[in-house]
Design a protein around this ligand. Sequence first.
Ligand code: FES
Length: 267
Amino acid sequence: MAATTSEVRKQRAQIGVRTLRGDRWWLAPLGTFAGLTAWLLYALIRTATQSNYWVDGYNYLSPFSSPCVSASCAEGARHFGTWLPEFPPLIPLGILVLPFLLGFRLTCYYYRKAYYRSFWLSPPACAVAEPHSKYTGETRFPLIAQNLHRYFFYAALVVSLINTYDAVYAFFGKNGFQMGLGNLILLGNVIMLWAYTLSCHSCRHITAGRLNHFSRHPLRYRMWTWISKLNAKHMQLAWITLGTLALTDAYIGLVAADVLPDLRFFN
Ligand code: FES
């Protein structure tokens, strides 16, 4: 049976201060808190405005509004048809996949560490006592839902495929092949999204997690080795993809609003 925090504390040496750490341990959780909050606010504002998410002619569609399948979407942005009626104001145009994307990121092993430490202070850092008196871990509701991560992984694969389709689609306009800076940004974002998705711990486990004999499964072993290398960079990829997502959306937003001209290389 899991011990409560107060039981564990009683077994430990009784120290009068919260921590004996003398370094600036609070910098990492504070930076994470600021970074995640800023990103969430940006995403919330951008998706709630339902505007400047699509550049006609260049076929740039913001990943925040993809797939765009409602009657509220610009006609050219409906790459997969019109499945839903017009959305009322403030509803994100990409709401169809939003619960799966949020589920994937919120249950991600890295993000769990990030928000447990920076938002819940549970604990805020190694060797720093947490303010909560009870600890039940991830074995009970609601945190037992973190186990759904492996299923969200499959949903994230589908979303990455949709984003890939959007990025490739943008290369083909009315006059054939075209390329501008926006295409390279969309492409870079998709590559990073794949790297993050495939570096997932669940993906690593799926490739060869329960194999007893690697020698009998050379292909799976090779994949596992490759995924393991990516997996070692999972935290970095988690942050890089937040950056590329925001950058892609911001660039498309500025071009769509005629604030910035797209740098054209071809056509
Ligand atoms: Fe982070 Fe799966 S562990 S996405």
